[in-house]
Design a protein around this ligand. Structure first.
Ligand code: 26Y
Length: 818
């Protein structure tokens, strides 16, 4: 008889083939005798999805049975990218699928290219969430991710005549096989209205009478671990009109208008805000945050109550993690649930809340911290505003007892910012309501303690920790660089590093082996070929494989100093033009690659993109320069483009003015792919240096301590002649668009150069010269490259997650039996 314990699905190539054809016929509804690549991709992903669902069910029944403490990771952004390759690799059945497909006349890699990116996030913070979900699953932690299912992900960047244009990313157009719609998992989310006082058993209670109700519907995205059956859930919420007020609305006779009004509800989860710095206090953004928080907490509390009957147990069974301040309304919401709905006393509820929440900030400077205008909050969430005032009142009273009547400090630490516009400071709220506050690198935490959160650190030093970010080697080596993956496993004699990245140190044993070097070089070459083909297809520029591929890909920001890179390229061009033929022969050819999106309203960042194109146009069409220098801008940089670009890079640039990049995670991906770094001592680079040694990367620029001093004498800072010269070339219209670039040039003029491009320029050029010098000694370069990979283990998100689990969340692995 059929045994349920065996599951339904077999993973041999024959069974997989049957499954795929089954999906072609019955899911995609194409004839099994006639289907194209996209249809094959759809059928293939459905067959993978079936396997994910089976494991997902087993994992969740197991968690339900064993009732471990669970982590809920709350984040408004997840940059998942593609799912197909990652899933089959984590399921451990890529070879079987490849064989099944090849017998059908398809190639796995070709079908994988059919998939679009899930880009439900902006940049570093969002991709970090995705890496951390992969690690949580792989390390068997009982966790859930919660987020929003934006219908429009991060905008598509289209370049027209060198200018960035934004186009909507309607990523669900072609269906999304990786999600499971849960039409029965819905919650009502309330907005607006008033707060009334009610009598409950002789006691006064506050009751929120909402003015608008919207429904949240769950979409589940299975997250498979590697080398384990555990498959976690990332639950994303979509807004739908609620049926609640139907009768009332329709009885007034205005049928059409009431349908239109209801439809407006869906706009809440429609679109991701494409900005990772500016908090504009927009009503829709606040609505998104509360919609997300309310639905997630209802779901979490329901699950808790199914298994436990006393809220005293909440901190032993539930950890709630705030990924930045974006979900921090959770603190007020949990108080509302515990006090207003569950009728716990305030003090008891507050005690529970503080034990349950932990918080990670990804921001450095105070100006970057999120604030919400009190008026806005009071109108949208009247009861929450009362709760926030009460939290703050209690906090201020406690604080006065500790520090006395130091009004300046009290006002700095208050959750409510007084002023012409009153604001709620979401970071202060998050710190007050959490038991642990995390920075994302050692240097980041040091900066927070010294500046941004100094007052809080002095009050509660024990709350502050750092967990240096990490990235998952499954995505950033195994999926994106199969040749390197195979090479590493061959020379380590094991694949165990895929679950334990510390084992990469074993590569050091072979660092001088010429055979190893030879194979290492071949791997890089294969990846450079892949990248060169892509560049030619995207931009028409043919690049030489002998050139050094020098890459800077990340969001465009003044503090990340893409402008420094471009000015450096102009300097290189200028030097080449002034060199005689003999000297030119000694020059290392370079392909400079820049990619990244600018927030749509960020004018200066958009000008940087345009400048890059104008300079590229000049250089790439200069036949006198030929292959010695090329500049390409890669449009629409996203996760899947990163998977192609990073393995093909020889050198990568991380140029933030020291003290501005909280951590940086791109550098870790390059490190894992054997690409050398040219970087400032900022964020996690400081720890990368500890791990691989300063000899194995090209370091430049002012250190954090020096930056403050330099800024003090900003109007008298000396800048190298070369800097003034290249800036003049831009100003004088050497690359066209003279008027347009004026305001960009102004930002780095003496006296205004806040990010210190001028004062770091000399040392930047020296680091570039050192990179050139190393590149002409291939043995040396390869050795540095091997040592980079072998030192990258510490920057696996597995290590980060383990630290969070042990030191912050206090959760234990819970492995679903095979
Ligand atoms: C409130 C809204 C405008 C907002 C939206 C997104 C604010 C911030 C963000 C995202 C910030 C972000 O991505 N920060 C980056 O987080 C990475 C992961 O910790 C760090 O490596 C990186 O240094 C930091 O800039």
């Amino acid at each position: 008889m059929f045994s349920l314990m065996d599951g339904f699905l077999k993973n041999d190539p024959f069974s997989l083939q049957k499954d795929i054809l089954n999906h072609v016929e019955y899911t995609v509804a194409r004839s099994r005798f006639n289907f194209d690549d996209f249809e094959a991709y759809q059928a293939l992903s459905h067959s993978v999805r079936d396997r994910l669902i089976e494991r997902w069910h087993d994992t969740h029944s197991y968690f339900k049975r064993t009732k471990p403490k669970r982590l809920y990771f709350l984040s408004l952004e997840f940059l998942m990218g593609r799912s197909l390759s990652n899933s089959v690799i984590n399921l451990g059945i890529q070879d079987q699928y490849a064989e099944a497909l090849s017998q059908l006349g398809f190639e796995f890699e070709v079908l994988a290219e059919q998939e679009g990116d899930a880009a439900l996030g902006n940049g570093g913070l969002a991709r970090l969430s995705a890496c951390q979900m992969d690690s949580l699953a792989t390390l068997d932690y009982p966790a859930w991710g919660y987020g929003l299912r934006y219908e429009y992900g991060l905008f598509r960047q289209v370049i027209v005549e060198g200018f960035q244009h934004e186009q909507p990313d309607y990523w669900l157009n072609f269906g999304n096989p990786w999600e499971i719609e849960r039409i029965h998992v819905t919650y009502e989310v309330k907005f607006y209205g008033t707060v009334e006082e009610a009598d409950l058993n002789g006691e006064k209670h506050q009751v929120w009478v909402p003015g608008e109700t919207v429904e949240a519907v769950a979409y589940d995205n299975p997250i498979p671990g590697y080398g384990t059956r555990n498959t976690l859930n990332l639950r994303l919420w979509a807004a739908k009109p609620s049926n609640r007020f139907d009768l009332e609305a329709y009885n007034t006779g205005d049928y059409i208008n009431s349908v239109v009004n209801r439809q407006r509800a869906e706009t809440i989860s429609n679109v991701l805000y494409p900005d990772d710095r500016n908090h504009q206090g927009k009503e829709l953004r606040l609505k998104q945050q509360y919609f997300f928080v309310s639905a997630s907490l209802q779901d979490i509390i329901r699950r808790f109550k199914e298994a436990h009957n006393n809220f005293d147990e909440l901190p032993d069974k539930v950890a709630l993690h705030l990924n930045d301040t974006h979900p921090s309304l959770s603190i007020a919401e949990i108080m509302r649930i515990l006090v207003d709905e569950e009728h716990l006393g305030w003090n008891k509820a507050w005690d529970i809340a503080c034990k349950v929440f932990s918080f990670t900030t990804h921001t450095v400077v105070a100006e970057g911290l999120e604030k919400i205008p009190v008026d806005l909050l009071g109108s949208l969430l009247p009861r929450h505003l009362q709760i926030l005032y009460e939290i703050n009142f209690n906090f201020m009273e406690e604080l006065k007892k500790k520090i006395g009547l130091d009004y300046n400090r009290l006002s700095r630490m208050s959750i409510v910012e007084e002023g012409a516009v009153k604001n709620i400071r979401m970071a202060n709220l998050s710190i007050v309501g959490s038991h642990i506050v995390n920075g994302v690198s050692k240097l980041h935490l040091d900066t927070l303690k010294r500046t941004t959160f100094k007052d809080f650190y002095e009050l509660w030093p024990e709350k502050f920790q750092f967990k240096t970010n990490g990235v998952t080697q499954r995505r950033w080596i195994v999926v994106s660089n199969p040749s390197l993956c195979a090479l590493i496993s061959k020379w380590l004699g094991t694949e165990a590093w895929i679950r334990n990245a510390d084992l990469l140190t074993g590569l050091r044993d072979h660092v001088d082996n010429p055979n190893f070097h030879q194979e290492w070089k071949m791997v890089k070459k294969v990846n450079k070929m892949r990248l060169a083909e892509y560049i030619e297809a995207m931009s028409g520029v043919k690049v030489s494989l002998d050139a050094m591929f020098d890459v800077q890909v990340k969001r465009i920001h003044e503090y990340k100093r893409q402008l420094l890179n471009i000015l450096g390229i102009i300097h290189r061009y200028d030097c080449l033009k002034n060199m005689d033929k003999n000297d030119r022969r000694k020059v290392v050819p370079r392909v400079c690659i820049i990619g990244g999106k600018a927030a749509p309203g960020y004018e200066i960042a958009k000008k940087i993109i345009k400048l890059c194109h104008s300079v590229a146009e000049k250089i790439n069409n200069d036949t006198d320069i030929g292959d010695l220098l090329k500049l390409v801008f890669i449009p629409d940089y996203n996760v899947s483009v990163a998977e192609l670009v990073i393995p093909g890079a020889d050198l990568s640039q991380h140029l933030s003015t020291a003290g501005h990049e909280a951590s940086g995670t791109g550098s870790m991906k390059f490190l894992m792919n054997g690409c050398l770094l040219l970087a400032t001592a900022d964020g996690s680079t400081v720890e990368i240096i500890e791990e691989i040694g300063s000899d194995n990367l090209f370091l430049f620029g002012a250190k954090v301590q020096e930056v403050a001093e330099l800024r003090e004498k900003i109007s008298t800072l000396k800048v190298p002649l070369q800097f003034a010269r290249v800036l003049r070339m831009v100003r004088d219209g050497y690359f066209g668009y003279k008027d347009y670039f004026k305001s960009l040039c102004d930002t780095v003029e003496i006296g205004k150069d806040f990010y210190l491009l001028g004062s770091d320029f000399g040392s930047y050029l020296e680091a570039q010269a050192a990179a050139d010098k190393a590149f002409v000694e291939p043995e040396k370069w390869i050795k540095m490259s091997i040592l980079s990979v072998s030192g990258s283990g510490r920057f696996s998100s597995d290590r980060t997650i383990q630290e969070y689990a042990e030191r912050t969340w206090k959760i234990d692995p819970s492995r679903c039996p095979l």
